[in-house]
Design a protein around this ligand. Sequence first.
Ligand code: ZN
Length: 77
Amino acid sequence: MPIYEFHCNKCDQDFEYLILGSDKPECSSCSSGDVSKLISACSYVSSGSGGGGGGASSSASSSCGGCSASSCAGCGH
Ligand SMILES: [Zn+2]
């Protein structure tokens, strides 16, 4: 699931928002649409693959090491 982090320009609050389709993010506290997207690390840290972090040497370079998404701005892929 693509969860992105946003910053509200109105009340200065950071919040996470799950983007579904063409959904427009709204501030979770003031409901303002005046928000900017933050580049954040994947909020999805998989607990299945053991260890923690790293993953540079593992399998596919086409998929993000921090999450199961095929593209993740936060992880640089
Ligand atoms: Zn706000």
